[in-house]
Write a protein that binds this ligand. Structure first.
Ligand code: SIN
Length: 324
């Protein structure tokens, strides 16, 4: 493994269980996330330099949070820092240590705003650093190996030996070490003994970001309110009316099946749309993707899960406030 002319891999710490500790020796649950600094995490993993293919490793603490508490401000800071590092010719790739709980949302946000010419690898852990057999050190080693892989591009996730893409990845299990899944599409590849093996024998093609102009601009802008509403038995749409009164600029509906909505909820959404609120429909089904219907009343979320559709709608609304 080698990283060509660029000599640096930067590991950005944001917290999560990978940086978590427990006062109960060896405990896997009941710990506190985001306690150990990223430099200390790196220092505890033997073999990282080898995994980095001779590149220098640098650590920066961007945040120190449990990812359930992710904020738009942390997202904006992380995106800006990644964009600045990717523009630095000495940087070969970035690793982001992150909690598992909202990792897929952060992955989709970064995918949507960052150039895809170098790898940005998110990694995490299901067990705290103080567990009897923590999974964080191996995940970190794999993430660094992936960031040093010359064919790797774009925002990727390395967890439990598997490489996932930002669009497909989602957390599907609350406890299992292999907690992430890429659904029908399957993983992009694997990291095995420090080597990346791409599914179908080739690295995925790089994709231009949908909102590249926003990476450095997110910190300076007020974020609109975009909420997720679920279509369920007994839904009456009152929540939608309340959101409109509260100033929501966008609503993502987690719809049943192939995008169907409770009639009462649909009426409330029609009132919201008439008031200028942007509505997107995603399926609440965890697998597959909705087929767009020709006579569809609502714009669908292009196969994204409700949480990722919310990120896209946020960015779409933010982009609309950009000058020029
Ligand atoms: C978090 O998401 O920060 C806590 C849970 C985890 O990392 O597994």
């Amino acid at each position: 493994m080698q990283v060509g002319q660029a000599r640096k891999i930067v590991v950005l710490g944001t917290g999560g269980t990978i940086a978590g500790t427990s006062e109960v020796a060896g405990a896997n649950v009941g710990y506190t996330a985001a306690q150990i600094g990223v430099a200390q995490l790196l220092a505890a993993v033997p073999g990282l330099e080898r995994a980095a293919g001779g590149a220098e490793l640098a650590a920066e603490q961007v945040a120190q949070i449990d990812s359930k508490d992710m904020t738009h401000a942390v997202w904006a800071r992380l995106a800006a820092r990644c964009a600045a590092l990717l523009a630095d010719a000495s940087v070969a790739g970035i690793v982001v240590t992150h909690g598992t709980d909202t990792l897929e949302e952060t992955a989709w946000l970064l995918h949507s705003v960052l150039p895809a010419d170098k790898p940005v690898v998110l990694t995490c852990a299901m067990r705290p650093a103080t567990a009897l057999a923590p999974d964080g050190p191996q995940n970190l080693l794999d993430a660094v190996a992936l960031a040093a892989e010359p064919s790797a591009r774009g925002v990727l996730v390395a967890a439990a030996g598997v490489v996932h893409g930002a669009r497909e990845v989602s957390k599907v299990h609350p406890l299992r070490l292999d907690a992430f899944d890429s659904g029908d599409t399957g993983p992009l590849g694997w990291v095995e003994a420090g080597r990346v093996r791409w599914a179908h024998g080739r690295a995925p093609a790089a994709q231009a970001p949908a909102h590249g102009a926003l990476a450095q601009a997110l910190e300076a802008r007020p974020w609109p309110r975009v909420e997720i509403v679920l279509s369920h038995a007994g839904a009456d749409g009152a929540l939608v009316d309340w959101l409109v009164q509260g100033g929501a600029a966008g609503i993502v509906v987690a719809a049943t099946g192939n995008g169907t909505l409770h009639a009462a909820l649909e009426q409330a959404l029609a009132r919201a749309a008439a008031a200028g609120v942007r509505v997107r429909v995603a399926s609440r089904c965890p697998q597959g993707r909705m087929l767009a219907l020709q006579d569809a009343r609502w714009q669908d979320a292009d196969g994204l899960s409700p949480v990722k559709a919310r990120v896209s709608l946020l960015l779409e609304l933010l982009a609309a406030t950009m000058p020029g």
